[in-house]
Design a protein around this ligand. Structure first.
Ligand SMILES: *Cc1c(COP(=O)(O)O)cnc(C)c1O
Length: 399
């Protein structure tokens, strides 16, 4: 049977404390115990359903976590204060001094900086590889490797990871396959393809209103318990906990994600086809010219499309900047980082979100100066948007 992530979200039923259709928000940092013995048992991890202290877990965080676990098809999940607050504890939980990570080289700038500059201080080394080449990935695995790390659709180059192929390698070499699915919620369900741990920056499409930073780790009950362990759990001890009020608001936004993703994808595909036909260098996984178009198709839940992210290359950073400033002036979107908003957002990743990656390495991975990353908005009239964007490009002699 086909995997139905949005159905799984819808099928969760809530009865709030007073019969509310939304669960009540637990606005407390600490919880009472009727007996001292139960408090002791809870610290030992043996009192299911009891709350201790809100850095460990809260009812509101559990509601959101369960909804996201239902979406991804994992046993459970732990929500965090940011996407980086999800990524860093996962890596630190799975790796210690002497351990090794094999990671895609085209990943979010913050994740890249963490693996490249920060974890070596703790004795954890990373080899960055072209994730689309499974033989290169396998060749990089050493006896000390613990993690295979990738993004299902990579930031900002929109490379697509062969999650089933990577899962086979992970199994063969006894590694954990960790997939950041931020760019393709609902469209791709990494767990059904064999991933062990799925991470999202909820800041982007899932929350969708550019009013918060938040993250989630989806995985087995055992792994999530490990992360929350009071003695050696990276989430518990590093403290990147989500606030309950925020968890309640992200949960409400999550319920419209399927409608929003369909519109982001519809608009993304429309603009990508038009830009490509106009002769612009356009990258979008929904275009047959994308090197991993067929792979994406083989992995996707088709009704959610190829997502809202696309890139064009306008030749130089100068042109890119001019175009973005003009489009913002014409109210076509915002010159801003991040993604998943109702308005289109655009930025030049080489000098912003991927500036952590040294220039030489940017070149090697195909990240050129003139690249503009678009997060296409929910525009009701995308034909008009296209005509107005085209006029901007003509004005600047890009078209
Ligand atoms: C934004 C982003 C992150 C980091 O998330 P924050 O919520 O900003 O901490 C991680 N991965 C990807 C793919 C992202 O786009």
């Amino acid at each position: 049977m086909a995997f139905k992530p949005a159905n799984n979200i819808q099928d969760l039923q809530y009865f709030g404390e007073f019969g509310g259709v939304n669960p009540s928000i637990s606005d407390s940092s600490t919880y009472t115990f009727l007996s001292a013995k139960t408090m002791f048992d809870t610290f030992e991890g043996n009192a299911d359903g009891c709350y201790l202290y809100s850095r460990h877990s809260t009812p509101s965080n559990l509601y959101l976590g369960e909804a996201l676990a239902a979406m991804e098809g994992t046993e459970t999940a732990n929500v965090t204060a940011s996407g980086m607050g999800a990524i860093t504890p996962v890596i630190l939980q799975l790796c210690g001094s002497g351990d090794h990570v094999v990671s895609s080289r085209t990943i979010y700038g913050g994740t890249y900086a963490f693996l490249k500059n920060f974890t070596p201080r703790l004795g954890i080394k990373t080899t960055f590889v072209d994730i689309t080449k499974l033989d290169t990935v396998e060749a990089a695995i050493t006896p000390n490797t613990k993690i295979l790390y990738c993004e299902s659709v990579s930031n900002p180059l929109l490379e697509v990871a062969d999650i089933s192929g990577l899962a086979k390698l992970a199994k063969k070499h006894n590694l954990k396959l960790v997939v950041d699915n931020t760019f393709s919620p609902l469209s791709i369900s990494p767990k059904t393809l064999g991933a062990d741990i799925i991470i999202h920056s909820l800041t982007k499409f899932i929350n969708g209103s550019s009013d918060t930073v938040a993250g989630v780790i989806c995985g087995t009950q055992e792994f999530i318990n490990d992360l929350r362990n009071v003695n050696d759990g990276a989430c518990m001890l590093l403290g990147s906990t989500m606030d309950s009020l925020r968890a309640a608001s992200v949960l409400k936004n999550l319920r419209t994600l399927h409608i929003r993703m369909q519109q982001h994808s519809k608009n993304g595909l429309f603009l990508a086809q038009k830009f490509e036909a106009d002769g612009l260098k356009t990258v979008y996984p929904g275009l047959p010219s994308h090197p991993s178009h067929e792979l994406f198709k083989s992995m996707m839940n088709p009704q959610y499309g190829f997502g809202g992210m696309l890139t064009i290359d306008v030749g130089s950073l100068e042109k890119a900047n001019e175009l973005m400033e003009l489009m913002q002036k014409k109210n076509l979107g915002y010159l801003a980082v991040s993604l998943g908003f109702y308005k289109t957002l655009f930025s030049a990743p080489g000098s912003s979100t991927s500036s952590e990656i040294p220039e030489e390495e940017q070149k090697e991975m195909g990240l050129s100066d003139g690249l503009i990353r678009f997060s296409i908005g929910l525009d009701a009239d995308i034909e008009r948007t296209y005509q107005m964007m085209k006029a901007c490009m003509q004005e600047l002699n890009i078209l």
